[in-house]
Write a protein that binds this ligand. Structure first.
Ligand code: SAH
Length: 471
């Protein structure tokens, strides 16, 4: 490292620049971010520089530099874009005791100006010692995108709040508080305007102080199939009191919006973690926040106890000594069967119903296909899209009546719900041809009630009875 990065205090100091063209303009734009007194020497100054002079933003002297002009200056920029003139002005400034930079001349400069990401008072300086300006620009662009524009305002307000935050124990509790402020509660409050930040900070501190004395708790909450009106009151209450919400890919946006505004939202179904977050990482996240004293809501689609790997999470939580409870939710099968006007069990037809998964960790899941192939059986298949052909094959192999109804319900309870009614004989390629993109539940042995009339196999008296029931 030849160039050592430091931040120079320019308050009340002079910065002198010689030049009036493009190079001068580019440097002045940066320098004017500081509170330094800027003096520009230029015989032919750009109109913009003249305007800045008129506005009092800098002082323009329309002559060439002379010895003594850079006296007491902290920095000097030679920006005439003329080798001989730059050499002359640099020598004067050097003699006057200023640190000298010659624009686009690394070798003869005493310092260089980095690429800057400005979230004042947070400033990021990026330098490559002239080796790779393209790289510096790419890093700058990347950081510009990642750091919220409100960061500077948040830092300014946060600075004044430091004393108050000292009420939290030093170390992890204080660090967690500030992280929560800068990356969660602060930006959220900023979206309501700067004046919302201070009250948000007060609330956040009260919250974190309470966490210190309170034990953590994990609520495993069933979020239902997607329609927020199908949330239980207990689920709403848990979301309302949550410090942290850890949620899956299938949770709808409308439901996430019901979480307490200050809550930290953690998406564990996000692409950034790979196709889905590994179960061990989810377990660790739940435990980590629980141990910190947070009220954690582990939000799962449908009912948490149905194909939700709930036991693994409960085991991790109990092993860590964190309390938990389960809030049941409406499972996809319940929502889907409601949408087709049927019931899962029916007197005289089926006295039991099976909830199956289409595939498990080892691939297509095996089940008692022989029992399922019997007349009148009803099964609700979760994650059954990819395995539809496999299920069809197994059922046919065990002699199911090919005209047995099959119904796919995609996005049950949501505005974009779709129902696809078919038979075992045709479930594939019907499903593939329909190209359903959302989560879908497959019913074997159930048809939408309105579609019953179209199934000729049903004896007329029974059909009449069913139609009567429907009205
Ligand atoms: N615990 C959840 C199931 C998780 S497994 C529950 O009780 O509903 C994920 C599967 O659930 C999906 O592949 C799909 O088969 C089903 N599913 C979840 N939400 C659904 C919805 N809104 N409509 C249809 N099927 C859904």
């Amino acid at each position: 490292m030849n160039h050592f990065p430091i931040f120079l205090n320019t308050a009340g100091r002079r910065i002198v620049l010689s030049g009036g063209g493009d190079a001068a303009l580019a440097k002045l734009r940066l320098l004017m971010k500081t509170t330094a007194h800027i003096t520009v020497f230029a015989v032919h100054a750009d109109d913009q520089i003249k305007a800045w002079d008129a506005d009092g933003k800098l002082r323009l002297i329309d002559r060439a530099m002379e010895p003594g002009d850079a006296m007491c200056a902290a920095l000097f920029y030679a920006a005439d874009e003329d080798e001989a003139e730059d050499k002359r002005t640099a020598a004067i400034a050097h003699a006057d005791g200023a640190l000298v930079n010659i624009v686009d001349n690394l070798a003869d400069s005493q310092f260089i100006t980095p690429a800057i990401v400005d979230r004042d008072p947070v400033t990021v300086a990026i330098g490559t010692e002239g080796a790779a300006p393209v790289l510096a620009r790419a890093i700058k662009a990347d950081l510009e995108e990642r750091l919220p524009t409100s960061l500077g305002t948040l830092a300014r307000i946060g600075k004044v709040f430091r004393k108050a935050a000292d009420a939290l124990p030093f170390g992890r509790p204080r660090r967690d508080f500030w992280r929560d402020y800068y990356f969660n509660a602060g930006p959220k409050a900023m979206s309501d305007g700067e004046e919302a930040v201070q009250p948000a900070l007060d609330d956040l501190l009260a919250d974190h102080l309470m966490r210190e004395t309170r034990k953590g708790h994990v609520s495993f909450v069933g979020a239902g199939p997607g329609d927020p009106e199908l949330l239980t009151l207990k689920a709403r209450k848990a979301l309302d009191e949550a410090d942290v919400v850890i949620y899956d890919r299938l949770i709808s946006k409308e439901i996430l919006e019901l979480a307490r505004r200050e809550a930290t939202m953690i998406d564990v179904g996000k692409e950034a973690f790979g196709p889905s977050t590994p179960q061990e990482v989810i377990n660790e996240l739940i435990v980590e926040h629980g141990l910190k004293g947070a009220q954690v809501v582990r939000l799962k689609s449908g009912d948490a106890t149905v194909f939700g790997r709930l036991d693994e999470e409960i085991e991790a939580v109990t092993e860590a000594g964190v309390d938990y409870h389960i809030v049941p939710g409406i499972t996809a099968a319940s929502a889907a069967v409601a949408s087709i006007g049927q019931s899962l069990t029916r007197r005289g037809r089926n006295s039991s119903v099976r909830f199956l998964t289409g595939h498990d960790t080892r691939g297509f899941a095996d089940h008692d296909w022989k029992a399922l192939a019997q007349p009148g059986e009803v099964a609700a298949i979760y994650m059954g899209k990819k395995s539809a052909r496999f299920i069809q094959g197994r059922l046919m192999m065990h002699g199911i009546d090919p005209s047995t109804p099959v119904t796919f319900v995609e996005n049950a309870s949501r505005a974009d719900q779709q129902v696809l009614s078919t038979t075992v004989a045709e479930m594939e390629p019907t499903l593939t041809e329909a190209g359903l993109g959302g989560p879908a539940l497959t019913f074997i042995g159930l048809a939408p009630r309105a579609a019953l009339a179209a199934i000729p196999e049903i004896p007329l008296p029974q059909m009449q009875e069913q139609i009567q029931e429907a009205h």
